[in-house]
Design a protein around this ligand. Structure first.
Ligand code: ATP
Ligand code: MG
Length: 251
């Protein structure tokens, strides 16, 4: 499956989910490719030494003579490869403006390497621009992280509208795999309220697994690790492992 992790809201847990979902898949023995489409390159930094990143997914998308294979780097984790990001990705909109296939670049470049991976996870930037649209066109499934916060559902209308546009033409097969509630604080009544609100809008699409707020999850990228090696016995590790199981069950 090709799962795009998208929500144009910033800081809702896209990257944390992409990193740990991809790691969980790899741990389960699935050949997994993590594509970092965010110029902030946070998922790249978690798994790769930036000094080793000479080419990024930007180069593969922008340069007709390069293939995805030219940019993919095996991570230190077995079964996990990364198509890295670099800040240059931010220039992609300007680069592709006026190109007729601008929305299809990622899909076209990904096709030749798909046979090598069971799963592809795409970490999207916090915007509904060309990069996120490229991810939605290339993906088979969309996973939406929603932060358990007062304005949780703000902006989801725009996201759903973009999904419908992508479904109408370039990618009718795109399915919403599910919504994962992140940074949840079980102790507060507000958090329970927010969960109920999200469930009202997305119904059965909401994953049973909720990701609670945890310092361990926040810390692990700084140590360049997924939660499974950084704190294997933590709640965060258990939750992301369960989320991975739910994701695979829904495929
Ligand atoms: P952006 O929109 O900037 O790409 P994002 O949606 O990818 O952000 P993350 O980077 O995953 O969001 O998370 C935002 C911040 O919240 C980060 O500092 C991250 O470490 C922290 N964070 C994510 N999930 C949790 C959690 N379950 N508990 C505590 N902190 C978390
Ligand atoms: Mg991010």
């Amino acid at each position: 499956m090709i799962v795009a992790i998208a929500n144009q809201k910033g800081g809702v847990g896209k990257t944390t989910t992409a990193i740990n979902l991809a790691a969980a898949m790899a741990l389960r023995g699935k050949r997994t490719l993590l594509i970092d489409l965010d110029p902030q390159a946070n998922s790249t930094m978690t798994f790769l030494d930036m000094k080793a990143v000479t080419r990024s997914v930007y180069d593969a998308i922008a340069d007709p003579s390069l293939s995805m294979r030219d940019v993919i780097i095996q991570s230190s984790m077995e079964n996990l490869a990364v198509a890295p990001s670099r800040i240059a990705l931010a220039k992609i909109e300007a680069k592709l403006v006026g190109e007729l296939d601008a929305h299809f670049r990622l899909k076209d470049k990904l096709e030749p390497v798909l046979a090598e991976y069971t799963n592809v996870v795409i970490d999207c930037p916090p915007a509904l621009g060309l990069l996120t649209v490229n991810a939605l066109v290339a993906a088979t499934h969309l996973l939406i992280p929603i932060q358990s916060s007062y304005f949780a559902l703000e902006g989801t209308d725009d996201l759903l509208e973009t999904i419908e546009k992508v479904r109408a033409r370039p990618n009718p097969a795109l399915r919403i795999l599910g919504v994962v509630i992140t940074m949840h604080d079980k102790r507060t009544a507000l958090a329970r309220d927010i969960r109920a609100q999200i469930q009202k809008v997305f119904g059965g699409k909401v994953f049973k697994t909720v990701i609670t707020k945890s310092v361990r999850l926040e810390e692990s990228p700084a140590y360049k690790e997924s939660i499974f090696t950084f704190a294997p016995d933590s709640t965060g590790a258990t939750e992301y492992y369960r989320l991975c199981e739910e994701v695979m069950d829904r495929e």
